[in-house]
Write a protein that binds this ligand. Structure first.
Ligand code: GLP
Length: 262
């Protein structure tokens, strides 16, 4: 696991956007795994800037989002379909037919989850999966005690998650109780996992994810099993890490590793 600690939130955000843009530059038909939440808003702004200012094209890119609220139709203002259309898809020239999110208003949720897994497999698998982290250590909507080998399925949201996400709805009562989410096993199948965490509210889950025991009580700790996981943190999100000096020495201010004999 690569732990990169940046002096400032904006540097960590820029690094996440750069990884996405570099992936697309390297492989113009890349399959991206995308995330939502407040943290990703600035990342998508930077990705959109990159597309506008450089030659990188999203015309051949496919995408799969982590999750969607069960019961919300795509046009609902707080759906992740709406979030993605507004924040990224409409700004980067991606072919909408190649963008995928679980359907929140599906009739048969189990069939929808199976369909979603099959679509990811048919695409050849996800090249780069962007991840945020919930205050309780969730990735996607894999709440604590999610099976570490789970696949896409319906999860019941915790009270804490509903409260954290109430800012995107008019009232707390409007936040759905269930979501369709890629499983932890689905996420671990991605060839590169990139987790971005910003701010003091993420310090505790970040420390558990990186340095805590591998445990279903902190779903993000499953990334310890991944062969290519990159954690992008600002100083506040890194504040509870015990080996912070070590990470800083390997990657000063998030810089690429310098391998020198010492
Ligand atoms: C939601 C999403 C997660 C995201 C989390 C953190 O719960 N399902 O994928 O990581 O929010 O969101 P924020 O960035 O707003 O803290």
């Amino acid at each position: 696991m690569k732990v990169l600690i940046f002096p400032d939130a904006k540097d960590a955000i820029a690094a996440a956007a750069r990884l996405v843009l570099d992936q697309v530059r390297l492989k113009p038909d890349a399959v991206l795994g995308l995330a939502t939440g407040g943290t990703m808003e600035a990342v998508y702004d930077k990705v959109a800037d990159g597309v506008r200012e450089t030659a990188v094209s999203f015309a051949g890119v496919s995408s799969f989002n982590l999750d969607e609220y069960l019961g919300l139709p795509p046009a609902h203002p707080a759906s992740y379909h709406t979030y993605m259309r507004q924040r990224l898809f409409s700004r980067v020239g991606i072919d909408l037919a190649k963008t995928h999110l679980p359907k929140g208003d599906c009739e048969d949720a189990e069939a929808e989850c199976r369909r979603y897994e099959a679509a990811i497999a048919a695409s050849g698998g996800i090249d780069l999966q962007l991840l945020g982290i919930g205050r309780n250590g969730h990735i996607g909507f894999n709440e604590p005690t999610s099976s570490l080998s789970s696949r896409t399925r319906v999860k019941t949201l915790t009270a804490d998650t509903r409260e954290a996400n109430a800012q995107f709805f008019d009232r707390l009562e409007d936040v759905p109780h269930y979501a369709l989410t890629m499983g932890i096993g689905t996420i671990l199948d991605a060839r590169h996992c990139v987790l971005l965490a910003i701010g003091a509210s993420k310090a505790e889950p970040v420390a558990k994810a990186i340095e805590g025991p591998l445990a279903a009580t902190c779903p993000a700790s499953a990334l310890q099993l991944h062969r290519h996981a990159t954690m992008l943190l600002d100083r506040e999100a890194a504040a509870s890490l015990q080996l912070v000096d070590y990470y800083q020495r390997v990657h000063p201010d998030g810089a690429p590793a310098q391998i020198e004999p010492r």
